[in-house]
Design a protein around this ligand. Structure first.
Ligand SMILES: Nc1nc2c(c(=O)[nH]1)N[C@H]1C(S)=C(S)[C@@H](COP(=O)(O)O)O[C@H]1N2
Ligand SMILES: [Mo]
Length: 506
């Protein structure tokens, strides 16, 4: 690269953009060959997720919910594009500064890759190869963009851009083939023959689903189930290589393979999962029928020692959850689940094996892509979110949500049917009440339920609602009493307070 390129600013910035694209593309293709999670964009995204301060992460989850990964990807793409354009301009002035800047960025990506739980010792290589290709591209384009004091020779410059684009298309094609050949998780998943549970659960009673328009499905279809996790790129775990290691305060370490798991006596259970980030009235909650091996069976094989009070589960990508030991050893259906609503776990919901524990928020119990159970003590270990300020134990708070009508609806005066969903997993919903404005609390009718571990639908028809603006509230009861009326935000141990909607009755 000439020490001083007389490229126009625009051409230099554009060259930087293209070179940035080449950096990420070559890095991704190299990673497809060497170590997929070490692709620069994947490593960078994962590092940003882990380093994002808790308040910002909470904000992202409450603002974007299940679309938080998309929002992050868009942000990263915009920031990377701005940086790449800036590097192009810098490199046109001082070539050495350009190389230094690319080197720094590559070092950040390499470090992010090398420090992940799910990358190999090859992890720095994709970033290094990407940087070499990126610097080469930048050099080539800036040389072609050099005006030599005259105007930009557009034909010459665009020919180079065309050459780089064609080369990139080849790399993209090769990378695509490689990653398909390497990570055939979807194919393997489709071929799994799920065993029948030894202990099948009773089917869901007919009346569990209310015939009220606008009510959510009692069993959430897998494709609509909320997804919350720290995985910027989904872990690809091959069940034939999967192992669960059980260690820590145990009499003997146990290693379980996927085939051994499938050959065990499996249990089926209806369990509703809830995210601690769910706000009052929110939808980070879903209900499914799971098949899995009770965690207590595996813990019994290992022999839990007396001083233990917690199990720290760890996923293939390094996420951890601290689950109170008693929730895994009492008689509830805490499962190492392999199936969700009759299918192998979808990849985004933890394929091939995840934990499901009735009564605890997901962040302390529902580890997806689980590979390790460390029997330990709350005094000695902390889970991913506890180190970021969230409660260590995370029991689900009793909650009630109005689904119908939607807040802001304009029903006609007269009778108005209100219906919703309440949950108090592992305790059960006893009673739901509805209040119109400051009127008396009225008992709603409870729908049938398969047990205490799922949500429960309810409905009530308010008679003679006059025209005007009205507030409608609901509250749920479990055997220990009524849910708390105190308003709380999700951090640090779950939102609380009564769900209120407003109606504009005509
Ligand atoms: N490996 C892993 N497992 C995880 C998480 C995660 O970030 N990584 N998030 C947990 C949280 S916060 C919740 S609420 C549930 C959500 O499970 P779902 O995405 O299947 O609905 O998964 C839990 N299991
Ligand atoms: Mo969560």
């Amino acid at each position: 690269m000439p020490a001083h390129s007389r490229a126009t600013r625009g051409a230099a910035a554009f060259s930087g953009l293209i070179a940035g694209g080449v950096f990420f593309l070559v890095g991704w293709a190299a990673a497809a060959l060497l170590d997929p999670p070490a692709a620069p964009h994947a490593a960078l995204g994962a590092a940003v997720v882990d380093l994002t301060p808790a308040w910002l992460k909470d904000f992202a989850i409450s603002t974007f919910g299940t679309a938080d990964k998309v929002a992050l990807a868009v942000c990263l793409a915009l920031v990377s594009a701005a940086l790449a354009a800036g590097i192009g301009v810098l490199a046109a002035r001082r070539a050495s500064l350009g190389v230094l800047a690319v080197g720094l960025l590559a070092a950040v990506c390499a470090l992010a890759g090398a420090t992940r739980a799910d990358t190999s010792s090859w992890a720095v290589l994709p970033s290094v190869l990407g940087a070499v290709a990126g610097v080469g591209t930048l050099q080539l384009l800036l040389r072609r963009a050099d005006t030599g004091g005259e105007g930009l020779d557009r034909r010459r410059f665009l020919a180079a851009v065309g050459g780089v684009t064609a080369g990139s298309a080849l790399v993209a094609g090769a990378g695509g083939l490689l990653s398909r050949a390497r990570s055939n998780t979807e194919t393997v998943r489709a071929e799994i023959a799920l065993p029948e549970p030894t202990d099948p659960v009773d089917p869901i009673p007919a009346g569990a689903q209310l015939e009220v328009a606008g009510m959510p499905e009692f069993v959430t279809p897998n494709g609509e189930f909320y997804r919350i996790d720290t995985a910027f790129v989904l872990p690809q775990v091959n069940p034939q290589e999967w192992q669960l290691q059980v260690h820590g305060l145990v009499d003997r370490e146990v290693v379980l393979t996927f085939d051994e798991l499938l050959d065990s006596a499996l249990v089926e259970a209806h369990v509703t999962l809830t995210c601690v980030s769910n706000t009052v009235g929110g939808d980070l909650v879903g209900n499914a029928t799971w098949i899995g091996l009770p965690v207590r069976e595996v813990l019994a094989r290992a022999g839990v020692q007396d001083e233990a009070d917690m199990v720290l589960s760890r996923s293939a990508d390094g996420f951890t959850a601290s689950t109170p030991l008693e929730a895994l050893t009492d008689d509830r259906n805490a499962l190492l689940a392999v199936a969700m609503n009759g299918a192998p776990l979808p990849v985004e919901h933890g394929f091939p094996v995840r934990m499901v524990v009735p009564g605890l928020y997901g962040y302390v119990s529902a580890t997806k892509w689980v590979t390790e159970l460390k029997v330990t003590r709350f005094a000695d270990d902390q889970g991913y979110w506890t180190t970021r300020g969230w409660d260590a134990r995370g029991p689900i708070k009793t909650a009630c949500r109005i689904d119908v009508p939607r807040s802001g609806a304009k029903p006609s005066a007269g009778s108005v049917t209100v219906a919703g969903t309440a949950w108090a997993q592992h305790r059960g919903i006893d009673r739901v009440q509805v209040q119109l404005d400051e009127g008396p609390w009225l008992d709603a009718e409870l729908a049938a339920t398969p047990g205490v571990d799922t949500w429960r639908q309810w409905s009530l028809t308010l008679a003679d609602v006059p025209a005007g603006r009205h507030a409608v509230r609901c509250r749920a009861w479990d055997p220990t009493g009524v849910q708390t009326a105190t308003t709380a935000a999700p951090a640090p141990n779950g939102s609380s307070g009564y769900h209120v909607i407003s109606l504009d009755v005509r």
